[in-house]
Ligand binder design. Structure first.
Ligand SMILES: Nc1ncnc2c1ncn2[C@@H]1O[C@H](COP(=O)(O)OP(=O)(O)OP(=O)(O)O)[C@@H](O)[C@H]1O
Ligand SMILES: Nc1nc2c(c(=O)[nH]1)N=C(CO)CN2
Length: 169
């Protein structure tokens, strides 16, 4: 059985409803859903707090770019409007592809359309904390075990700011 990890985030509108709607769209593939977490905005501080979660999905029969396509469909259905002027700006729904396995092998690729593992996941407590809850043994290829990444100076400083949110299960 092959797997992928997706990260969900929302900081506009009804954040819990936005994440629940994304989970509904992923229902056929879900293996494990993390708790939700309130997290301060990363990369662009002048915006509301995010509600984040990560999911482990069954990737059998779905290629890596299929997950990006589904992520974009979910973002669109979740009402996301892209602001080209604001790189890490606020959004109703963000769905990132964190990593995808092909059988036992983690896929690594450096394509700007789909970089795997996600190029910034290893720097983000809002991804690593929920991921450590559901899959603590995860290694992000090229970056290392998430247990080590959580201890790096940049991430460790953010870990205490990540607070449990409502259950999504
Ligand atoms: N692993 C990945 N997951 C999602 N998008 C990716 C990935 N690698 C590259 N991309 C590309 O990044 C583009 C911008 O994505 P998006 O607008 O969601 O970025 P962002 O959410 O603002 O920032 P970030 O990717 O740092 O979370 C997407 O259109 C997609 O083609
Ligand atoms: N806490 C938090 N910060 C973010 C998030 C997110 O999901 N959570 N997504 C972003 C998109 O690039 C930018 N910043």
């Amino acid at each position: 059985m092959t797997r992928a990890v997706l990260a969900l985030g929302s900081n506009l509108g009804d954040q819990e409803a936005n994440l629940r709607k994304a989970l509904h769209g992923l229902a056929d593939h879900l293996v494990t859903v993390s708790g939700s977490y309130w997290t301060p905005p990363w990369g662009d501080p002048d915006q509301p707090e995010y509600l984040n979660a990560v999911v482990l999905v069954d990737a059998d029969g779905i290629p890596a770019d299929g997950w990006l396509e589904l992520a974009h469909e979910l973002e669109k259905a979740g009402g996301r409007v892209r602001d080209p002027e604001r790189r890490f700006g606020p959004r109703t729904l963000d769905v990132d592809v964190i990593t995808v396995w092909d059988g036992d092998d983690q896929i690594t690729q450096d394509d700007p359309v789909l970089t795997l593992p996600h190029p910034r996941a290893h720097l983000r407590a809002f991804v690593l904390v929920p991921l450590s809850e559901i899959a603590p043994e995860t290694v992000l290829a090229g970056h290392g075990p998430i247990s080590d990444l959580l201890k790096t100076e940049e991430v460790a400083a953010d870990v205490p700011t990540v607070r449990p949110g409502p259950s999504l299960r």
